[in-house]
Write a new protein. Structure first.
Length: 142
């Protein structure tokens, strides 16, 4: 798995949280692929599109019948966000294979975004974590 991840990342120019925020501010699309339990526990990035991993390619293919309105073309800046930056690398490669040549992922995932002090929207009914952070729970993988 480590070798697969290394090969996937070799073809990406991954972005840090501040650059992801700048891309979003400039019209790029942040796509949160974390599963619901993580979003409920930790919150979400304001303005990020929520698309769980198993639907990602169908929703972001700009020529597909099941695409979201935000999937406007192959030149769209797309930053895939997972919990800690592992699954998002593989997902970004998959989007590139669909022709979204600007797809990349967020180094360190949602946890790095939050640690950088960037905005996080708490989920309805979710108590704010003590000290503004929640304990880290890893996705499958390192």
């Amino acid at each position: 798995m480590d070798a697969l991840l290394e090969r996937a990342r070799a073809g990406l120019r991954r972005v840090a949280p501040a650059e992801a925020a700048a891309l979003q501010a400039g019209g790029g699309l942040l796509v949160d692929i974390r599963y619901a339990a993580l979003r409920e526990r930790d919150g979400t990035i304001p303005g990020a599109l929520i698309v769980e991993r198993n639907e990602l390619e169908w929703r972001l293919d700009p020529t597909g019948a099941h695409r979201v309105p935000q999937a406007t073309g192959r030149d769209l800046d797309v930053v895939v966000v997972c919990n800690e930056g592992y699954a998002s690398s593989l997902a970004a490669v998959s989007l590139r294979q669909l022709g979204l040549h600007r797809a990349t992922d967020l180094i360190g995932g949602f946890q790095a975004w939050r640690t950088a002090g960037l905005p996080v929207q708490e989920q309805a009914g979710q108590p704010a974590p003590p000290g503004g952070t929640a304990g880290s729970r890893r996705e499958a993988g390192p």
